[in-house]
Design a protein around this ligand. Structure first.
Ligand code: NFS
Ligand code: SF4
Length: 627
């Protein structure tokens, strides 16, 4: 067993970029050069353009904007707007899933695959389940979920899943999130010209908006996706560009909403479609994925992962991609012009993400079957248009076992301990591993790629060092895909672990890096932390668990960071969230908020140092517990 190295990833990319050069394609590698150096004001967060008296920039000679706002207020407002963008995006994804659940029907495009989970959530929300047809219940639960977005009174229903101590903190600090749309709207209101410029107030609302995402919109996105498409269980798959198959019609799904990708997978598997592909000269149909929608279908169907965020152009550069089908979020507008250099069809499907040089096939839950069929057919019809001289698929892939929902983790860890653990079906066996020191702690590795960090290196190097130190990794999003591409989700990666974690991997038959899903699935991590706290009687902030986003780039990632720290989990970032221009903001986020939520951020762009700081923090937490 051998990990694939970042050098090998890069060599494969270079080869693809040669094809790109031949056809005159642009790439992010070239655009980064044109954008460097970045604007210093923007980088430090001290540029304000929220009113037309500006834009105002803070310098030693001009310490205030025209309205008199100082650097702290400008950085704070920018940070809150950034968060609101992320919370809105994740939560709107959750809302779409609520609508899909509402549309589900026994004879419809979407069915309920996990009725037990639906019933569990209904009971949790106080919805009568007795004597109801499962679809009647689905409608009622979906509608109740949709109300969470705009209800005039009260806070998010899922907050009750947190330990009481955490709920008390949220209440006391006035950051318990109310209606999701309200938190987003209030954030935009507070950061409007002439509203808040007090860093404490802006950060508090950032935490609240983040919580409306993690314990609101994202959590509904995850839970209802499980209800509709099944709660993930361990399943084998493969990762990296080598999962594309030269002889087959290659359809790549990209984006976030499983309502689209699930349907594409369904129809690509249809015997009628496969027969049609053969008729058109292909051997079959291969669906693979990019970004989070890839994580969704990998976790539930074992669909292979072609790559993560900064590889999205690479799938087109193979010259073997008949269609790249996208829904929302993290889609490079570059795919439009790039696809024009090849035979690839760039198919957009959502009114929320419309782009030039794409073909728009509007997808909606009522007509999902027809839409998916049309898309798969368009890809097959395009097979004959390939330019054989441009086809090159890097021969590079790794095996991965994915699908570790909280339910799956609890199940696989049942019975791994030698000592007596009285209750199965809880997190107690995992706790037992942690308290005995067999596992030192856990890191939740999340987030994107960012050209500011050598892509994937931070994810992979951090994970390698953690597992060698007996720290288990739970991963999601593009971080999880980095791990899978390298081979860290192959069960054989246990050989890279310290003796304790290796033993756990053997007993439970798991890889040392557990794939927990997409970015909305970071809500699973929150639930796991909550369960660990409840089962141990500790506060979440006492657990030897930290969060880390070493290569993050999106507004969603800032929203995530805010809910993770607000849940009591220290969060380590490898890229600065544009706050270095304000000492007050930087101090609050890395220190001051600890007085409110018992956790804070660490920002460290030196990745070696970042991992050492995480390990140190985990050991500090252990010491404080006397374990
Ligand atoms: Ni998360 Fe997923 Fe990837 Fe980053 Fe984008 S795909 S929602 S934002 S880039 S991890
Ligand atoms: Fe300038 Fe104030 Fe307007 Fe911002 S709000 S652009 S700092 S005048």
């Amino acid at each position: 067993f051998k990990l694939t190295t970042v050098e090998e990833f890069e060599a494969a990319t270079d080869r693809l970029l040669e094809t790109g050069a031949k056809v005159g394609a642009d790439s992010w590698q070239l655009r980064v050069k044109n954008q460097t150096p970045h604007c210093k004001f923007g980088e430090q967060g001290i540029c304000c353009r929220i009113c037309s008296m500006g834009p105002c920039r803070i310098t030693p000679k001009a310490p205030r904007g025209i309205c008199g706002c100082d650097a702290h207020g400008i950085v704070g407002r920018n940070y809150l707007k950034f968060t609101a963008g992320g919370a809105a995006t994740h939560s709107d994804h959750g809302r779409e899933i609520c609508h899909t659940l509402y549309e589900s029907a026994a004879d419809g495009n979407y069915k309920v695959k996990d009725p037990d989970k639906l019933i569990r959530i209904a009971k949790e929300w106080g919805i009568e389940t007795e004597g109801k047809d499962i679809y009647e219940l689905a409608h009622e639960v979906a509608e109740t979920g949709l109300m969470e977005y705009g209800k005039p009174f009260g806070t998010q229903r899922f907050l009750k899943r947190a330990p009481q101590t955490t709920q008390d903190i949220w209440e006391k600090e006035e950051i318990a999130p109310r209606a999701i749309d309200r938190e987003v709207a209030t954030s935009l209101h507070m950061s409007h010209m002439g509203c808040s410029s007090l860093p404490e107030a802006l950060v508090r609302q950032s935490l609240r908006a983040g919580l409306s995402d993690g314990w609101g919109g994202s959590m509904m996105g995850t839970e209802f996706s499980d209800v509709l498409f099944g709660t993930p269980k361990p399943i084998d798959t493969e990762a990296n560009l080598g999962v594309m198959v030269e002889e087959n019609v290659n359809i790549v799904v990209h984006g976030h909403d499983p309502s689209l990708s699930e349907m594409i997978c369904e129809y690509a598997d249809d015997p009628e479609m496969i027969a049609y592909a053969k008729e058109m000269g292909a051997k079959g149909i291969t669906v693979s994925g990019v970004c989070c929608t890839s994580n969704e279908v990998a976790m539930r169907r074992g669909i292979p992962m072609a790559g993560n965020f900064l590889q999205q152009e690479n799938v087109v550069l193979t010259g073997a991609c008949e269609a790249i089908v996208v829904d929302v979020q993290c889609i490079f507008p570059a795919l439009g012009p790039l696809s024009k250099c090849f035979h690839t069809k760039f198919i957009t499907t959502s009114p929320i993400a419309q782009m030039p040089d794409s073909e728009f096939i509007r997808f909606n839950s009522k007509t999902a079957g027809e839409n998916a069929k049309a898309i798969v057919k368009a890809a097959i019809d395009n097979f004959k248009n390939r330019k054989p001289e441009l086809v090159h698929i890097p021969d590079m892939k790794q095996k991965a076992t994915v699908g570790y929902s909280v339910e799956a983790i609890v199940k696989v860890l049942d019975g791994v301990t030698n000592t007596q653990v009285d209750e199965t079906g809880t997190t107690k066996p995992l706790l037992e591993c942690i308290t005995s020191g067999v596992i030192r702690g856990a890191v939740a590795m999340v987030g994107c790629n960012n050209p500011k960090i050598r892509p994937d290196t931070a994810h992979i190097e951090l994970m390698k060092k953690c597992i060698a130190n007996d720290i288990i990794i739970i991963a999601s999003g593009c971080s999880a895909q980095a791990a899978a591409k390298a081979g860290l989700m192959d069960k054989s990666a246990k050989d890279l672990c310290g003796a304790g974690l290796k033993r756990v991997c053997e007993l439970a038959d798991i890889p040392p890096v557990l794939h927990m899903g997409s970015c909305v699935d970071i809500s699973r991590m929150m639930i796991l932390a909550a369960e660990l706290a409840k089962d141990s009687g500790l506060k979440i902030s006492q657990l030897p668990v930290v969060g880390c986003a070493p290569e993050w780039m999106s507004e969603k990632a800032v929203s995530i960071g805010n809910y993770v720290v607000s849940t009591g989990i220290d969060t380590f970032l490898g890229v600065d969230p544009y706050v270095s221009g304000s000492s007050e903001m930087a101090e609050l986020l890395t220190g001051g908020i600890r007085d409110w939520v018992e956790a804070a951020y660490t920002v460290e762009t030196d990745i070696e140092k970042l991992v050492d700081l995480m390990i140190e923090r985990i050991e500090e937490k252990r010491e404080a517990l006397g374990i």
